[in-house]
Design a protein around this ligand. Sequence first.
Ligand SMILES: [Zn+2]
Length: 264
Amino acid sequence: MDKVIVCPVCGEGLFKEDRTFGCANGHRFDLAREGYLNLLRSSKKGDTVGDDPAACRARRELLNKGYYSPLRDFLCNKLSGRSGRLLDICCGEGYYTSAFAGVEGLEVYGFDISKEMVRLAAKRGKGRYFVANLAHVPVASGSFDLATHLFAPFNAAEFARVLKSGGELFTVFPGARHLFGLKAVLYDRPYENDERLPSAEGFELVGTERVKAETVIEGNGDISALFRMTPYYFRTPPENKKRLEGVESLPTELEFVIATYKKI
Ligand SMILES: [Zn+2]
């Protein structure tokens, strides 16, 4: 029996039988050809949740060019020397997750709500990947030593549930000047991001660190893919979105704040 992953319907442990995982109550989940497990309960099965396949691939291609490698390398460095089971919440197409899985001593589990993102993540070949609802991650309580959480909604109660006592949570959110170059094109009066930390009941804040870089995003395809990755994509009026058309080179700052929490 898998002691980490539980049935998303009834919470019982899952047993592996060939290409299927099932619980004692008869709920069954198929292992996909790429090796990920779809644990979504809804009839949609993740096909229509999240970005469309073309947007997922564009994101993968953008990340593969290394614009965000300073953040990836910082996190891998932070994780090296630690050991045990790591949960990457909202793993996307696995750019960071697969790098974490390359750190010696870590057993890495990536979860995302988007089936297409998880499919691409599983193809990267490192770590174990799952499609699931992240409001209640289908894993046993207290089964993880470490958790990473990048640019996703913060759910203190759920993160505390999945971690062991004393377990560490690394959460990444955009720093004040992150993507300021992009905002300078989109908006007449670009504003800096608010760096307020989330309320993290059940955790003790160990400290915060910062990663800054300056980069130039080349090509309108990559600039569009970057824009789609941001919350601005959903907030920007159509007439402002048009300002990115024909932009082939975008200098911008990147800035990330990494907060380390310990579960009390
Ligand atoms: Zn079940």
